[in-house]
Ligand binder design. Structure first.
Ligand code: PLP
Length: 307
C-alpha cells in the first residue's frame, strides 16, 4: 500500500517525507511527538482518546517552547483525514519539529513543521527490515540501577520530546545485549518512575495497585485509562512514589503504553514474578481494556473517536 504522509497540509508519498540533515530537530532532538492507537471494529475505524493525545502534544510543545501554528481542532481533523487516506493503519504518529536549518542550540528562526503518518508497523516497517524485530508479549525486565531517567531539573518528564529518549535508548540497548526485553528506571532517590516508553504498575501483597505520580512520569494515556478502569472495577489504587523494594515484593507488575496496551512483566532481574505468569488483576484490567478497544463496552465508547 502506498502510504501518504500529511506534512503541513499536503500529502507526500512515504519515501518522500524527508527532513534536512541540518534541521534543528534532527541535530538537537527537539522533535515533539504523539503516537495514537487505531482500532477497527466491523469496518468502523476509530482513534483511541484522540482529544487526550492531542492535548498532550500541545502541552509538550508549549512546555518546551516549540512553536505550533495549528489549533488542536486543525490537528485532530488532519489526523482523522490521514487515517482515512491510509486504510489498514494501526497507529498514527504525529511529529512537530523545527525544520529550519540552524547553527545554534537556540534556533534563530524556529520554523516548525507538523507531519502525520498513519501506518501498520508490521507491514510498513518491520517486514522491510532484514533483522528480526525484538518482540515479546510477556516481558523479562532489568531494573536499571545506575542510570536515572527523566530528571525534572533538565526536562520535565511530561514533555514527549525526542531528546528525552536518548538516555533510555542507551540503557535499554545495553539491557537487550544482556538478554532482557525491557528496563524500568528509578529516580535519583531510588523511587520507580517508568520504562523508556511505558508506565509501570505494581500489584502489591495487599492487592493494591500502585503507580508513580504524574509529576515523575509521562502522562500516559493508557496509564490514565487503566486508573479509570481500576476505579470502575473497585480495585484499590495508590498513586504515589514507589520505592524500588516494592518490585521485590510485587505480586504482579505490568507496563502500559499505546503500542502494547497492557503488557505483563513475568521476570525482574531474572527473578520470576507471580511464578512467571500474568496475574489476576493484570488480566482483569487488560481484558477490560481489550473489550473497550473492540467497542464491546458501551460505558467507554466515548474513548473511541470514530474517524
Ligand atoms: C516515557 C513514556 N512513558 C509512558 C508512555 C506511555 O504513554 P501512552 O500510554 O500515552 O502511550 C510513553 C509512550 O510513548 C513514554 O514515551
Amino acid at each position: 500500500m502506498q502510504r501518504k504522509i500529511w506534512i503541513n497540509g499536503s500529502y507526500v508519498n512515504w519515501e518522500d517525507a524527508q527532513v534536512h540533515i541540518l534541521s534543528h530537530s534532527h541535530q538537537r532532538g527537539s522533535l515533539i511527538f504523539g503516537f495514537i492507537p487505531i482500532f477497527e471494529n466491523d469496518g468502523v475505524v476509530s482513534l483511541f482518546r484522540l482529544n487526550d493525545h492531542v492535548d498532550r502534544l500541545f502541552t509538550s510543545c508549549a512546555t518546551a517552547g516549540i512553536p505550533l501554528d495549528y489549533s488542536p481542532e486543525d490537528i485532530q481533523l488532519a489526523i482523522k483525514d490521514t487515517v482515512r487516506k491510509n486504510p489498514g493503519s494501526k497507529f498514527a504518529k504525529i511529529s512537530v519539529y523545527i525544520s529550519s536549518i540552524e547553527i545554534d542550540v537556540v534556533p534563530q528562526e524556529p520554523f516548525s513543521t507538523v507531519a502525520i503518518a498513519a501506518y501498520e508497523p508490521q507491514e510498513d516497517i518491520i517486514s522491510k527490515n532484514t533483522q528480526p524485530f525484538h518482540t515479546s508479549k510477556e516481558l523479562s525486565v532489568w531494573l536499571e540501577k545506575e542510570k536515572h531517567q527523566r530528571r525534572h531539573d533538565i526536562i520535565p518528564p511530561q514533555v514527549k520530546i525526542a531528546g528525552n529518549y536518548t538516555s533510555s535508548m542507551i540503557a535499554k540497548w545495553q539491557a537487550r545485549k544482556n538478554g532482557y526485553d525491557e528496563i524500568i528506571f528509578t529516580d535519583e532517590e531510588g523511587y520507580i518512575t517508568e520504562a523508556p516508553t511505558s508506565n509501570v504498575f505494581i500489584v502489591n501483597r495487599d492487592n493494591v495497585l500502585l503507580t508513580a505520580p504524574e509529576e515523575d512520569v509521562l502522562f500516559g494515556i493508557t496509564r490514565k485509562s487503566i486508573l479509570e478502569i481500576a476505579e470502575f472495577e473497585n480495585i484499590v489504587t495508590k498513586v504515589e512514589r514507589i520505592p524500588a523494594t516494592e518490585l521485590e515484593n510485587a505480586k504482579e507488575i505490568f507496563l502500559t503504553s499505546s503500542s502494547h496496551l497492557v503488557c505483563p512483566i513475568i521476570k525482574i532481574d531474572n527473578r520470576p514474578i507471580n511464578n512467571g505468569i500474568s496475574g489476576i488483576i493484570t488480566n482483569r484490567l487488560r481484558d477490560r481494556f481489550l473489550r473497550i478497544s473492540k467497542n464491546e463496552d458501551s460505558s467507554y465508547s466515548s474513548w473511541l473517536e470514530v474517524i
